[in-house]
Design a binder for this molecule. Structure first.
Ligand SMILES: *Cc1c(COP(=O)(O)O)cnc(C)c1O
Length: 478
């Protein structure tokens, strides 16, 4: 470092050295991650001990900083792309998209407006069009936007729905979603300033689907009371069980009641790529808006969510707010400024990773991966069904299965079963061997596997089941 250090530069040789070192580490990680423990455990105290320090005034060697990060930071993070990472929703990712993200950051492409990067805007249009086509949304009028994730996509959907259906006054507006809907929806509703009284959590049936009868009753009652039902949020794949709400019937209700029909497909939307995807997600093309989360089951690294809308003008009408200094940036109608279609002005170039990975591997590889994921969850279900020790609680649905340890030769009470399965999960997590946590379904503590990693094998699953059985024996003999 010298007197020019305020320029925040490295020499060309130093840049290459650091870059190659980083790439070598990433490739090594991709190659060996399955041999590492997927679970990282560390208390705040442990982490403070490692990292808490004042911001240094003086420079350090870049390679040393990077090595410190590899050794201490990366090793203290869960490996969500590990084949035995079954919770919560794994992040299988793919290397091509990692390189794409590196390029997008390396060139620091501003992906907010046409004038800043026509190519980035165009690639967002092109890749959104790919998704629109998959979901059979209108090719010409339809649109969408890439977001940080599903939470932001749901927020964008709700604010758009409210703007289009309610205009400025939403004091009487009411929104309907099931008790299995993802928490990000409630969070978004709160962020947007709705009161608790404006939310109806509709109970689900024994298969975790939104009860149509209860929804109809709620809408009718609210209308009679002079309130304004304006939006139904359905799930196509709930995160807990992969359950798809009855989309066809919900769409008919929304149509006859003039409600916005949003489908949160952040988890399961990608199943549209499966062989029987149109059947699995029947009715998804009837939505006004769909959330999908490419950083889940489209195998992209974080952060990438997406909102698709039937009419792209809805986004423009909701988000356009042109300050004086952006006047000169306005192009013609067909040249989309994505800052006019969502919350963010300055945006990273998210489309690039989907674009490069689909071009490199081909859509057929993505289809195969998703078929594989759905099939392997069914294979796992078959293993549990054949065993005298396990009970399937929610069958394999969109690559998710819920189950619990429940040996038929033992007379265990419900509280004992809950405690047992909780302990199994804790011991598995403590062993570091697999990332497997519990969820609660119909008041039972159950284990859950989300199997969207195409590199997870049935052998991995068998090993994890064996591990659970070993811990169960230990616990029961204590
Ligand atoms: C994960 C998930 C979300 C939230 O998405 P993020 O990308 O985590 O913000 C919303 N809805 C469903 C159904 C999800 O599974």
């Amino acid at each position: 470092m010298n007197n020019d250090d305020y320029k925040l530069e490295l020499s060309k040789a130093e840049m290459k050295k650091l870059g190659y070192q980083a790439i070598d580490e990433i490739v090594e990680h991709f190659d060996t991650q399955h041999n590492k423990p997927p679970v990282a455990r560390g208390s705040r105290k442990d982490m403070d001990k490692m990292f808490a320090a004042e911001a240094p005034e003086d420079p350090m060697d870049a390679s040393d900083v990077l090595q410190f990060v590899i050794d201490k930071v990366m090793s203290n993070s869960n490996i969500v792309s590990h084949p035995k990472s079954y919770s919560f929703v794994p992040g299988p990712s793919n290397y091509v998209s990692v390189v794409a993200d590196t390029l997008a950051t390396g060139f620091n492409v501003f992906s907010g407006g046409w004038v800043a990067s026509p190519a980035a805007a165009e690639l967002e249009i092109v890749t959104i069009n790919w998704l629109l086509k998959l979901f059979n949304f209108p090719a010409k009028r339809g649109g969408g936007i890439f977001t940080s994730g599903g939470s932001m996509a749901n927020l964008t959907a709700i604010v758009t729905a409210r703007r289009i259906k309610c205009g400025e006054d939403f004091s009487k507006a009411v929104i309907y979603l099931s008790d299995q809907a993802h928490s990000s929806n409630i969070k978004a509703i709160r962020i947007l300033g709705f009161k608790r009284e404006q939310i109806r959590l509709i109970p689900t049936d024994l298969e975790f689907k939104m009860s149509l009868n209860k929804l109809k009753n709620a809408i009718a009652k609210d209308s009679l009371e002079g309130l304004q039902p304006f939006m139904v949020i359905a799930s196509s794949g709930t995160t807990n069980t992969g359950t798809v709400d009855p989309l066809m019937e919900l769409s008919a209700i929304c149509k006859s009641e003039n409600l916005w029909f949003h489908i949160d497909g952040a988890y399961g939307g990608a199943a549209i790529l499966a062989k029987n995807g149109k059947q699995l997600l029947k009715g998804i093309d009837k939505a006004d808006s769909i959330t999908v989360d490419p950083h889940k089951w489209f195998f992209q690294p974080y952060e990438m969510g997406c909102l698709l809308v039937r009419n792209s003008a809805w986004l423009k009408d909701t988000f356009t707010e042109t300050p004086e200094y952006l006047r000169d940036v306005e192009g013609n109608e067909s040249e989309i400024n994505f800052y006019d279609h969502g919350v963010q002005l300055t945006r990273r170039f998210r489309a690039l990773k989907l674009y490069m990975s689909v071009k490199t591997f081909g859509m057929a590889a993505f289809r195969k991966a998703i078929d594989y994921n759905i099939k392997i969850a069914e294979d796992a279900e078959a293993l549990f069904r054949k065993s005298a020790k396990w009970e399937v609680i929610s069958p394999a649905t969109l690559a998710i299965i819920n189950f619990r340890y429940h040996p038929i030769d033992r007379n265990l009470s419900e509280p004992e079963l809950d405690a047992l399965n909780q302990k199994i999960s804790e011991r598995v997590m403590n062993s570091g061997e697999a990332l497997l946590v519990t969820t609660i379904l119909q008041n039972q503590v159950v284990l859950r596997m989300c199997l969207i990693n195409p590199r997870t094998t049935i052998q991995d699953i068998r090993e994890t089941i064996n591990l659970c059985e070993k811990f169960a024996d230990e616990i029961l003999s204590e």
